[in-house]
Design a protein around this ligand. Structure first.
Ligand SMILES: NC(=O)c1ccc[n+]([C@@H]2O[C@H](COP(=O)([O-])OP(=O)(O)OC[C@H]3O[C@@H](n4cnc5c(N)ncnc54)[C@H](O)[C@@H]3O)[C@@H](O)[C@H]2O)c1
Length: 426
């Protein structure tokens, strides 16, 4: 643990690099990288990032209401030019080539950051086809067992730290959604997990191997996908043993963001709800992966959690007991990353009279996810500096299916409050 003063001093040192390790160099990761580089080289705004935009009121002895302190300064976070990056993928495209294929950003915007993006070439990934059936890997690690793959991932992390002359790193999983995986005995303790690794147990997923390697190398980690990765007793135990913060899961971006914003309002008014039907069309690689039923099941599970918890269906069965909650994702290539989501909400008012709310959100998936990657990377490093370890529930603001050892908090505004109070920024 370092004091806040030491942490701030560390970040004023131009040579003190924070290395951001990213498994999965696809649409979200490259949009995040391009945005950071466009900011560093061309001053583009960091819209949607709490760490880069939030301001605290002036707390000096004679406060001036026109003065505000940026959160990043208040926390002494690393400056963006002090970030370095490394990634893994199962295709060899560098970040520029991958961003071009993802078609999130305009060719003009990509051209501006072409050179720094081209410098980021992925390391070969650890991949097991059974976990992501729709992708054809062309750039994967050699080896035939989980023990060998973990050893290679650990060596990658050590090499990247050496190459960037830093010991300070965080990992944010931006890889594809893996198939649905139920916690099994092998996940229940670190001892069982390590035994399982030695026996090449099939229920240890690639994302869990990255997580295990990261934690053994002293790297905090967040999971941006809905797959079961960090939220197993074995890896929570390891994170606590190593004094490392972890957070997850599944970036809260489009439809669930709207849902966790609207549902608390309806609940505050104690309107009833009979149904919430959510459907999406999207045509990016993520959509292709989610077109596989077992991978969609992982996402569906993550997306369904929030309403039940916000509406407290057990406490108010007369208002929400019959709620039908359905979530669909349809792969529709013409839309690429420009997702369109529709929500139909059947609510009940005075005397049980039915009414409807319709929400039509035309969003850009990766534009919504990119600032979350930045915030998670910076806040994980900050939490590490505070000496915090295990699940960071105060980060649930960023996740669809927040990771919690008790009852998870889903209400967006309560999550926001929790985030700011933890950061001493209310
Ligand atoms: N708004 C959003 O975009 C959003 C929101 C919530 C969650 N997510 C999740 O974030 C993840 C990334 O989304 P995306 O749109 O960038 O998807 P993407 O398909 O563009 O990128 C994922 C990348 O991961 C790579 N990959 C797959 N398995 C790998 C492995 N084992 N090791 C290394 N690389 C691997 C793929 O080749 C691909 O390049 C997905 O799981 C998605 O469900 C995205």
């Amino acid at each position: 643990m370092v004091s806040q003063e030491q942490y701030e001093l560390m970040n004023h040192d131009q040579n003190n690099t924070l290395l951001v390790l990213i498994p999965g160099l696809g649409a979200v990761a490259t949009t995040f990288l391009a945005g950071v580089m466009a900011h560093v080289h061309h001053g583009r705004p960091m819209v949607g990032s709490i760490t880069q935009n939030y301001k605290l009121p002036d707390t000096s002895e004679t406060p001036d209401p026109r003065n505000f302190q940026p959160l990043s300064e208040h926390l002494g976070l690393p400056k963006l030019p002090n970030l370095a990056f490394a990634a893994w993928d199962i295709t060899a495209d560098n970040a520029y080539e991958s961003a071009k294929k993802a078609k999130v950003l305009t060719p003009e915007d990509l051209e501006q950051v072409r050179a720094p993006l081209q410098e980021i070439s992925p390391m070969p990934g650890v991949f097991i086809s059974d976990y992501v059936r729709r992708l054809e890997p062309s750039f994967i690690k050699e080896g035939t067992s989980r023990v060998q793959w973990v050893a290679q991932l650990r060596a990658d992390i050590q090499e990247q730290k050496k190459a960037h002359a830093t010991d300070r790193a965080v990992m944010v999983w931006c890889g594809s959604t893996e198939r649905f995986l139920k916690p099994e005995a092998v996940h229940q303790s670190l001892e069982a997990f390590e035994k399982g690794l030695n026996q090449d147990h099939p229920a240890i997923s690639p994302s869990q191997m990255y997580a295990y390697a990261a934690l053994l190398e002293g790297v905090p980690m967040a999971n941006g996908a809905p797959n079961l990765t960090l939220e197993i007793p074995a890896l929570i135990e390891l994170a606590k043993r190593e004094g490392l913060p972890i957070a997850g899961k599944d970036f809260k971006t489009g439809q669930t963001f709207m849902k966790t914003l609207l549902a608390p309002g309806l609940k505050a008014k104690l309107f009833g709800a009979q149904g919430w039907f959510s459907t999406n069309i999207l045509g990016n690689k993520d959509g292709l992966v989610l077109d596989e039923p077992e991978n969609f099941r992982t996402k569906e599970h993550s997306k369904l959690e929030s309403l039940h918890s916000i509406l407290e269906t057990e406490r108010y069965p007369e208002l929400y007991g019959d709620l039908h909650h359905t979530v669909r994702i349809n792969y529709y290539p013409p839309r690429g990353d420009s997702k369109e989501g529709w929500d139909n909400i059947d609510i009940l008012g005075w005397m049980g009279y039915p009414m409807q709310i319709k929400v039509n959100f035309l969003c850009k998936d990766s534009i919504l996810a990119a600032p979350i990657v930045l915030d998670l990377a910076l806040l994980l490093d900050w939490a590490h500096g505070q000496g915090w370890s295990g699940i960071q529930e105060w980060m649930s603001f960023y996740f669809k299916d927040p990771h919690s050892e008790g009852k998870a908090l889903h209400d967006l505004m309560r999550q926001h409050q929790n985030l700011l109070s933890t950061l001493g920024a209310e």
